[in-house]
Design a protein around this ligand. Structure first.
Ligand SMILES: Cc1cc2nc3c(=O)[nH]c(=O)nc-3n(C[C@H](O)[C@H](O)[C@H](O)COP(=O)(O)OP(=O)(O)OC[C@H]3O[C@@H](n4cnc5c(N)ncnc54)[C@H](O)[C@@H]3O)c2cc1C
Length: 322
């Protein structure tokens, strides 16, 4: 996941995010798929005929995406009825299905009693909001979803009722955070490469020296290279720890996404300074990277939430207390 998103992110962060969210949704479906879900969703996903996504965030609870206010109430033995609203759903309007979280119990009760269901895009009562007009990631489509008395057959429940927190820490966080980390590592590497190329080429006519020959620029590029490489090491360490089932893997995966968010924003800011006025032109690739980078801190778990969770983990405190 990290490697693929890094390759995609080097060219286009939007493509990497859309692919990443498809993989997150698909991983949630795949983890405990029943026979129906295997045939209805996983078979066409494997054949590249079905796009899915994950839509947890809600306007009401924002960054606390593990507190859905959407309600999934029983409507007979084999069916639920789903009501609520989601926001910023990546692939919105393009996905064939949406993995959605909802409370099956009182939405005010402590974290833990929530469920995940798959909602096909053509379900009655399911509506996608206005076209996305984001600051960055403009090739994505992060839209609001309205769930108005959507009938959800029990066979579209993922795992058991109340399993959402299990999915959150065992499937969603590792997959999503790895996708994000790879994507923004790719953006960071591309920005660093662009800077190297430009600084070698750019020469002043009065001195004929290139910017790459100036000591302060060499020093600052040394710092930037180190930031990218230490972030890369953390990301790949976290991914391999997770693959190996290490007990501290989740903490490393969380740290990787928080660090890459800082890394990519530092990189685009510094490289804009180093490359000078030409970078201030709108519609350059660097301009696009700067806008794309801003979302790295915002996509939940946000950088602040991740650092809180890491601190709580190392101090042995419960994670979801606010
Ligand atoms: C481009 C993009 C794509 C997205 N795609 C998806 C998607 O596919 N699926 C999906 O489910 N969501 C998606 N989101 C939503 C995202 O994951 C967040 O849930 C959402 O951005 C939170 O926004 P908010 O403004 O409502 O947060 P708010 O809750 O208003 O938070 C604002 C700020 O306050 C901080 N904050 C809030 N509470 C605390 C606290 N207790 N402690 C410390 N800091 C706190 C947050 O970290 C954040 O920085 C996407 C967002 C963006 C920008």
């Amino acid at each position: 996941m990290v490697q693929i998103c890094e390759i995609l992110g080097k060219e286009c962060a939007s493509t990497a995010i859309c692919f990443g969210m498809h993989c997150v949704g698909a991983s949630v479906i795949a983890r405990n798929a029943n026979e129906y879900q295997q045939e209805r969703y996983l078979a066409p996903i494997n054949e590249g005929r079905h796009i899915t996504t994950l839509s947890f965030s809600e306007p009401g609870t924002g960054a606390h995406f593990y507190y859905p206010q959407s309600r999934l109430l029983p409507a007979g033995p084999d069916e639920f009825v789903l009501n609520g609203a989601k926001h910023l759903a990546t692939n919105g309007g393009y996905a064939d299905s949406y993995v959605v979280s909802a409370a099956t119990v009182d939405p005010q009760s402590p974290a833990g009693g929530f469920s995940c269901v798959v909602v096909p895009a053509d379900s009655d009562g399911f509506e996608v909001g206005p076209v996305w007009d984001g600051l960055g990631l403009r090739g994505n489509s992060s839209r609001t979803l309205t769930l108005n008395a959507v009938r959800v057959p029990r066979r579209d429940l993922l795992g058991n009722e109340g399993d959402q927190i299990w999915y959150l820490f065992n499937v969603i966080c590792p997959t999503f955070l790895s996708a994000m980390s790879g994507t923004y590592l790719g953006v960071s590497s591309a920005v660093l490469e662009a800077a190297c190329g430009y600084l070698k080429e750019r020469r002043h006519s009065h001195s004929a020296t290139s910017l790459s020959q100036i000591s302060i620029i060499q020093h600052r590029m040394g710092e930037l290279w180190s930031i990218v490489e230490r972030t890369r090491r953390l990301i790949y360490f976290a991914a391999s720890s997770f693959d190996a089932g290490q007990p501290t893997a989740l903490t490393a995966v969380m740290a990787a996404k928080a660090e890459v968010a800082d890394c990519v924003n530092t990189l685009v800011g510094e490289v804009m300074t180093l490359m000078g006025g030409i970078t201030y032109r709108s519609n350059s690739k660097l301009h696009r990277s700067m806008r794309d980078a801003r979302a790295a801190h915002l996509m939940a778990p946000t950088t602040d939430m991740l650092r809180l969770w890491i601190g709580r983990t190392v101090l042995g405190q419960p994670l979801l207390v606010d």
